[in-house]
Design a protein. Structure first.
Lengths: 636, 455
């Protein structure tokens, strides 16, 4: 039977002007197409190994015809040379990954496989296809294990690309596990890195952290006495490969030099490496990561990475801690690795959050003029202390008091405590509980979305008023000041020294970064210069009054900063952009008992990160603003 | 018109565990009951840690003391009490139970003797439940001011403290941040601001609280009145006046070891170097002339120790107490625990009463008792003691914490002819509970009138 007649007989399933090629071809050597084996990788993923005469550059169209339905297939493939097979001839071998894009579980009855390229269509009938289907293990052993390492790596990359972000979680993990099994079956194993003094080279991963499903942050060290390192590759458990060396941050590791008996004098090598990287396909498994090192001589070793560290806040804080490895004046690590990782983590941290519940205690004042928004994070005991002060303050009693809990694990405790405290203090307030932690900016923005008042007062939970009537003074000043953006009062430490008398920006000589400074911080509350109401470049978010509509117009607090720093100044800068001015009001005094829980060392690194980011966003603008403010403000 | 109801609230009932404030509260309650104008109620905290017995009635924290329909225990959970902020964490005890109690009895006056283990929050509940009642609060020590059991004695070297601040308190308790001390004061003052009138049994204490933040117009000096004893046993005439008595807790703050150290040096057992070292340890500045102290011709002095609760003290204190007792056993007799009723009999064996407290004291019961039995007092020269005992008039002062000064004072007391009789003659009449009741009635009435006129 000639190809033409076969093609004619199958005309019912193909366009009339196309030539159909049956596949495999039984007779004739070499054949234009053939299928060795097929195997299911997942319910909607079929792996095919075979060959066919096909222009490598063009992505073929394909479908699976079951009865009278034609199901489109999404096809990806790689090619490799198969010179030894007489059936194949000059044609290249193919590993094909076929995704059934419109059907759910289609592992059921197989139809006819049609692959269309240009004018030709290869077609494989159900009996032939069914015969080719085997289990994955057989396919790997017979068709892939014998290939050269580079082809196996390419095949693995192809299979790993089966994982996409839109997989449902359980299916994704199942697929990941299958891919891991495949990777273990076909990958080229390198000599395992041994950390010993008599070894010429070493490789170790200290930590591997997940930034999201495709982005990771890795740190470790490498050592090679004989040649420079040519390539450093991370291999995900699912088989995706990513190159780490280019752009990696390298830093000295005196402990490694010492271990190998070298001194920094004779080997000025930066053994430590830190790299933020992305893999093509998402990775879900925590164990199974491999890192490979290849030196300029082509000698290679590999090592296992420790289990992937996950959890947004924990990972973020560990990454920030690495800032100690970079000198103050440089920003290679920051720009190339910390920032992409941390900003992505912050984005995940602050993404739209659902309010789990809003509990109203007492009868709300529906016509409240001011909404007071107080995020609670980590500690809920401040609630009792604020209520004990607010209860004697008629203006706060009339306000719309909203506590936003940003520590979901404390939700039950808070609701119980709030109910009890309300019965004792009889001061109406609301408690909004978020389904997960979203950070300072997210919590404030949620509070703002719930607000009923015309004005918003952003207030920290560790702020206690010195005396009643402060709120009325603030709103009166706000309403009588044209073009006002944000209003901030005097804030005091517990020893009556100034915590806040307005904020300004300062760039120390030789520093590339603007710092947020508080006027007269640490000086006495009665310092004459601190007792003048005046416009300031910014005010603290610990106690900040703003028009609710204005707050919304400029987008509320920005979530890119870490841990309640710089959100306030960023807001103030956006308000200045919009033509507003901020004021400091000294005759309103509140105590701000700041910084009681956050570890100091991490806080300083966080500060450095935030300041760098703040400068990236606002550098020129701040320069212009400070040129306007500086001389007049220090000496009123 | 029906009698005005006065509710007294105390942190313990005198019949459960004796103590100065508890004894006074019970006496006051009983004296008020004799008045035909007032009907008193007594609500005393029950349950641990004051007593081992817990409330055994489900669904109510209240229990009866005896058949008296006006005396109740208020069982609160001692472990739920936050000793730092002075509050019960579970607020239901106030908003549910105390509220029910208050509106059931409708007292016109609530007079608080102590809020430890009960919480300052109860003042707020009283104000909420009884908007027209008058709230009076007697301050017996410095607990609202000082986290160190209200003693105002610093943790480092037991130096006397005369001013709190977040910084200084943090120095005493480095584990507690200064911000917490700031919050503590704000919290306590928030509740105390609902009190109509504070009473203090000493002027010294009054001034401390005014400095701390209680408005002067809301605080008033009113000494604690006492029952007059039925009999006063005179010391037998003619014998030398060389018998000393100590009455009180065997605790660090009560200074019993200062007294024992003085006894040790007086009875010639203590070596000179030993005494000097002790002086250095216990006073801020060593006395420059400590070396000149005469060791010889020790007078014959006898001391009787009446008190208890040594077992509640820190081990180092207990050990020193026992060592000193062993070293002075020729001249010191440990009598031990006593009841109020034993006092006349015990006083009969005592000429002088020694009050060597190393904390400020306020209005020590023991000074009133000594004066009731017409015994001159030798006491530390500070605070409530110095206020209540006039040096050279009805007693003698010595340098607080200084065993050498105390020894010299005792030597002077027992060996100066005519001194004892002169000081005895200077002892004032003790303020009688009946007079105290009259004064309190005036206070309650004027507060009620003022409340009625502003309502």
């Amino acid at each position: 039977m000639s190809m033409a007649t076969r093609a004619k007989r199958r005309r019912d399933t193909a366009a009339p002007d196309e030539v159909q090629t049956p596949w495999p071809i039984a007779e004739g050597n070499p054949a234009p197409a053939g299928l060795d084996h097929a195997s299911w990788l997942a319910d909607d993923l079929l792996v095919l190994v075979g060959w066919f005469d096909l222009d490598d550059d063009r992505l073929p169209e394909a479908s699976l015809v079951v009865g009278d339905r034609s199901l489109p297939l999404d096809l990806r493939c790689i090619s490799y040379a198969r010179p030894d097979d007489p059936r194949v001839g000059h044609r290249s071998g193919k590993v094909i990954l076929a995704r059934l894009s419109c059907a759910k579980n289609t592992r059921g009855p197989l139809g006819r496989l049609m692959i269309r390229t240009g004018a030709r269509t290869f077609s494989l009938g159900p009996p032939d296809l069914a015969q080719a289907v085997t289990d994955m293990r057989t396919l790997l052993r017979r068709n892939l294990a014998g290939l050269d390492p580079a082809t196996r790596d390419a095949a693995m990359d192809l299979l790993a690309s089966a994982l996409t972000e839109d997989h449902e979680r359980t299916a994704a993990v199942r697929l990941s596990k299958n891919l891991f099994t495949i990777r273990e079956a076909i990958r080229e194993r390198l000599p395992y890195a041994v950390t010993a003094r008599d070894q010429p080279r070493g490789l170790h991963v200290d930590a591997l952290m997940a930034v999201d499903e495709r982005s990771f942050y890795i740190k470790g060290w490498i050592w090679d006495e004989e040649a420079s390192v040519a390539r450093l590759t991370a291999v995900s458990p699912e088989g995706s490969r990513a190159q780490l060396l280019e752009g990696a941050f390298r830093y000295p590791r005196p402990d490694i030099l010492q271990f190998y008996g070298a001194t920094s004098d004779d080997r000025p090598i930066k053994s430590g490496f830190i790299s933020y990287f992305q893999v093509e396909a998402p990775s879900h498994l925590s164990t199974g990561w491999i890192v490979e090192l290849r030196n300029a001589f082509g000698v290679a070793i590999e090592t296992k990475a420790p289990p992937v560290v996950r959890g947004i806040v924990g990972v973020r804080d560990r990454i920030l801690a690495d800032l100690v490895h970079e000198r103050q004046a440089r920003d290679d690590l920051l720009r190339g690795h910390l920032f992409p990782a941390v900003s992505r983590l912050q984005e995940r941290h602050c993404r739209t959050v659902h309010v789990e519940s809003v509990d109203q205690f007492g009868t709300p004042n529906e016509s409240a003029d001011v909404s007071i928004i107080i995020p609670l994070y980590g500690r809920i005991d401040f609630l009792e202390h604020q209520l004990a002060q607010f209860v004697h303050d008629p203006e706060v009693r009339r306000a719309d008091l909203i506590y936003v809990l940003d520590s979901p694990e404390l939700a039950d405790n808070l609701r119980d405590a709030a109910a009890q405290l309300f019965r004792l203090y009889r001061l109406p307030f609301r408690v909004a509980t978020l389904e997960r932690n979203v950070g300072f900016s997210g919590a404030n923005n949620v509070g703002a979305s719930l607000a009923r008042g015309r004005l918003l007062l952003l207030l920290n939970s560790d702020v206690l008023p010195d005396r009643p009537d402060w709120l009325g003074l603030m709103t009166a000043f706000y309403d009588s000041t044209p073009r006002i953006g944000a209003l901030g009062p005097k804030l005091l430490y517990e020893d009556n020294s100034l915590q806040h008398a307005g904020m300004y920006f300062s760039r120390p000589e030789g520093s590339p970064v603007w710092e947020n400074m508080h006027y007269f911080k640490g000086l006495h509350r009665h310092l004459p210069a601190a007792n003048v109401a005046r416009p300031v470049p910014a005010v603290s978010g610990a106690c900040l009054l703003i028009d609710r509509n204005l707050y919304r117009e400029v987008g509320g607090l920005e979530g890119v900063y870490v841990q309640g720093d710089f959100e306030d100044s960023d807001l103030c800068l956006r308000l200045i952009e919009a033509g507003h001015e901020h004021w400091y009001l000294p005759h309103v005094e509140l105590y701000h008992l700041e910084g009681q829980s956050y570890p100091l060392a991490l806080r300083q690194l966080t500060l450095r990160y935030n300041a760098w980011l703040h400068t990236q966003r606002w550098n020129e603008r701040i320069e212009a603003i400070m040129a306007r403010y500086e001389p007049s403000l220090r000496e009123p | 018109m029906s009698n005005l109801k006065v509710l007294y609230i105390c942190h313990n009932h005198a019949t459960v565990r004796p103590g100065g404030v508890e004894a006074y509260a019970l006496e006051l309650y009983e004296a008020m009951r004799a008045s035909d104008e007032f009907e008193p109620l007594l609500l005393a905290k029950g349950g641990p840690p004051v007593s081992v017995v817990e409330n055994h009635h489900l669904g109510t924290p209240f229990g009866l003391v005896n058949d008296d329909p006006n005396q109740y225990f208020f069982y609160t959970n001692g472990t739920d009490f936050d000793h730092f902020y002075g509050t019960l964490r579970n607020k239901d005890i106030y908003t549910k139970f105390l509220h029910e109690f208050l509106i059931s009895h409708q007292p016109n006056v609530v007079h608080i003797q102590h809020t430890v283990l009960l919480g300052y929050d109860l003042i707020r509940q009283i104000r909420t439940s009884l908007p027209h009642a008058v709230i009076v609060y007697t301050l017996h020590e410095f607990l609202p001011i000082c986290h160190r059991q209200g003693q105002m004695v610093r943790t480092n070297g037991n130096e006397l403290c005369s001013q709190e601040s977040p910084r200084r308190c943090h120095e005493c308790f480095p584990g507690i941040p200064p911000q917490h001390f700031f919050m503590r004061k704000r919290f306590v003052l928030s509740h105390l601001s609902l009190v109509d009138l504070f009473l203090t049994p000493s002027r010294f204490l009054l001034e401390r609280y005014v400095e701390w933040g209680i408005p002067r117009e809301k605080i008033r000096y009113e000494p604690n009145g006492r029952h007059y004893p039925e009999s006063i046993v005179e010391a037998e005439p003619g014998r030398p006046r060389n018998r000393l008595g100590f009455f009180g807790q065997f605790s660090l703050y009560k200074g019993v070891n200062v007294l024992l150290r003085a006894m040790k040096s007086l009875t010639g057992d203590g070596s000179r170097g030993d005494a000097t070292r002790l002086v250095e340890r216990w006073t801020a500045t060593p006395r420059p002339n400590a070396e000149d102290r005469p060791d010889s011709d020790s007078p014959n002095v006898q001391l009787r120790l009446h008190g208890a609760n040594l077992e509640l003290q820190p081990g180092t204190f207990q050990n020193e107490f026992r060592e000193l007792l062993e070293a002075t056993r020729q001249n010191v007799t440990l009598v031990g625990r006593y009841e109020q009723a034993d006092l006349p009999r015990l006083m009969a064996n005592v000429d002088w009463v020694v009050v060597p407290s190393i904390w400020w004291e306020n209005s020590p019961l023991v000074i009133q008792e000594a004066f009731q039995h017409r015994r001159p007092v030798i006491c530390s020269n500070i605070g409530g003691m110095a206020e209540k005992v006039a040096h050279g008039v009805n007693g003698l002062h010595f340098q607080v914490g200084d065993a050498v000064s105390l020894a010299e004072t005792i030597r002077h007391a027992v060996s100066t002819p005519g001194l004892y009789e002169a000081l005895r003659g200077g002892i004032p009449e003790v303020y009688k509970i009946e007079d105290h009741v009259t004064a309190l009635a005036d206070i309650y009435r004027s507060l009620l009138e003022r409340a009625a006129s502003t309502a």
